[in-house]
Design a protein around this ligand. Structure first.
Ligand code: SF4
Length: 325
């Protein structure tokens, strides 16, 4: 609720503070049990910073991160120390973007996958070996791979190992930061299908961070579109991709390459730089790039408003615009 993460902007030899970068600026949303919620937007929009605050890899500047524990208590992760969070980490695990750098090359696959079990003191050595063998099989790998090192595996296989590690301690929430963007397209589909199968099997909840709209379209229950640290549109993917209500969402969809070279669509957004979060424009942050901007957009910041059940948009003209995609 109202999550903010500001980074100080420093300059010169004495690192004088000259401003702040509003990487995440008042973001609120809910992830229900069993759902997949996706954060999408261009680089620098704040999606990764939001996800890192949620797992407390970064300390938020302000706001609440309310989390329901295994016991049913609601706790605010934003107010807890790292020592207080440690026992809760079992329930919140991450899958990282780069399967080549996220696995320690000096550890065996057994050591990597069993790490959460060791950290949380779960099971004996033999029980951990059985658990690792089972997890490897469930992610489509052979149990005997546990004796090998990461260099022996392809990108897709390494991401499967990363997923097995995330599953080891029976988490409730998996935060996946661009989990397939470093993989070949054919392998991407396999890993996504695996993640969806595992969601059913293990009753998982996912927070997905992605810039590829075609990926989130397949897997999400709810999509949040971010621009310069703020959420500009929320909705179920089928509705959001078919009939976006925010000009930025429409532009993102229009920028997805289409497989038909004869199907040419006019760009509905002029080229332009993403606004600088250290010095954002007045009013709506998107107004310098928006072809529908009017005077009000330059002066007044639009708020996220519900325009239909489950559809929230932050645009002064959301109710009147018919956006083509
Ligand atoms: Fe465009 Fe104005 Fe809507 Fe911002 S508020 S997206 S500038 S129409």
């Amino acid at each position: 609720r109202h999550l903010k993460k500001y980074f100080p902007l420093e300059s010169g030899f004495f690192r004088r503070r000259v401003g702040v970068v509003r990487a995440v600026d008042d973001v609120s949303f809910t992830i229900r049990e069993g759902e997949t919620v996706s954060l999408v937007g261009e680089s620098g929009c704040g999606k990764t910073t939001t996800s890192r605050c949620i797992v407390r890899a970064l300390d938020p500047t302000d706001g609440e991160i309310l989390y329901r524990t295994y016991e049913g208590n609601v706790v605010d992760l934003a107010r807890m120390s790292q020592a207080e969070i440690r026992p809760l980490r079992r329930g919140i695990q991450m899958v990282f973007q780069d399967p080549f750098s996220s696995l320690n090359p000096r550890m065996t696959i057994y050591e990597i996958v069993s790490e959460p079990l060791r950290v949380h003191n779960i099971g004996t050595r033999q029980e951990r070996e059985e658990r690792v063998a089972d997890l490897l099989r469930r992610v489509g790998l052979r149990a005997e791979y546990m004796r090998r090192f990461p260099h022996a595996f392809s990108g897709g296989q390494r991401q499967r190992i990363g997923i097995a590690r995330a599953l080891a301690a029976n988490p409730r929430l998996i935060v996946a930061d661009e989990p397939v963007s470093a993989l070949d397209v054919s392998v991407q589909a396999q890993v996504l299908n695996l993640m969806m199968d595992l969601q059913d099997e293990f009753k998982l909840t996912y927070l997905f961070v992605a810039h590829d709209l075609s990926v989130v379209n397949q897997i999400s229950n709810k999509v949040l579109v971010m621009y310069v640290g703020r959420v500009v549109e929320v909705g179920p993917p089928q509705e959001l991709f078919k009939a976006p209500k925010h000009p930025y969402t429409a532009a993102l969809i229009a920028s997805v390459p289409r497989p038909d070279p004869f199907q040419r669509k006019e760009r509905i957004i002029p080229e332009g730089e993403v606004a600088n979060p250290a010095n954002p424009p007045s009013g709506c942050y998107f107004h310098p790039r928006c072809p529908f901007a009017v005077e009000r957009c330059r002066q007044e910041t639009p708020q996220l408003e519900e325009i239909a059940p489950g559809r929230l948009v932050s645009c002064h003209r959301a109710r009147e615009l018919e956006l083509a995609v």
